[in-house]
Design a protein around this ligand. Sequence first.
Ligand code: SAH
Ligand code: DHB
Ligand code: MG
Length: 230
Amino acid sequence: MTNDSSKLALFQQQTETRQKIVEAITHQFATEDEGLQHTLMAAKRAGLPEIQISPIQGKLLQLLAVACNAQKILEIGSLGGYSGIWLARALPTNGRFITLEINPTHAMLVHNAFVQAGVSDRAEVRVGKALDLLPQLQNEAPFDLIFIDADKPPYPQYLEWALRLSRPGSIIVADNCIRSGKAFEEPEDEGMAGIVAYNKRIATDPRFISLALAMDDDYTDGFAISVVQR
Ligand code: SAH
Ligand code: DHB
Ligand code: MG
């Protein structure tokens, strides 16, 4: 074998191994129940983009929520309600989950998904631009966990609000903070500028202890996780 073809073979083997690992972890630790599967199908049928978090990311959100004994959770960016169901299920029955969504069609699907998954007693979608809705949440704060997954340019502003609406020990998670490594380089557009600034801020501000983790389906994107320092 030439050097190039053996390199290619090794690369293909590694890709397959990674896929096998993701499948095995998903199967053993993060299987979707009917509620989650139904939500994905309804979103697909309605033509929503398939940009929801992975099952492993859903399970990680649950684990983090339980770790901080979350009673109140806030999400920015609902899509079809998939991540919302993972999060709402980590709450006690008297817990509160609020998710913010700008698109009324998405919000309608989210409402239906929460009813159908049996979490509408604790989970609610609010319709509007996140930056308009966030100031209205101050009465309902502090939130124990805040998940940021909406439009990317205002990520640093979402972080400001997350900090304002949290308590020491709250966990702040943001999706899409790796972007194949672009999240750590000179940004090429407004969206990347938001994410690059977000990462810089959580990495350097002493009020957070943070880590960006490449952990989505193909290890090229993932969460940045921060804990608000006590
Ligand atoms: N968290 C979801 C995926 C969210 S996709 C999941 O994993 O299942 C991003 C969502 O944010 C889309 O539904 C989009 O309509 C919404 N969004 C975009 N800009 C927004 C804004 N300014 N305020 C609120 N929601 C916004
Ligand atoms: C996009 C947005 C997301 O939140 C995501 O997880 C993946 C892709 C997008 O806007 O393309
Ligand atoms: Mg995302």
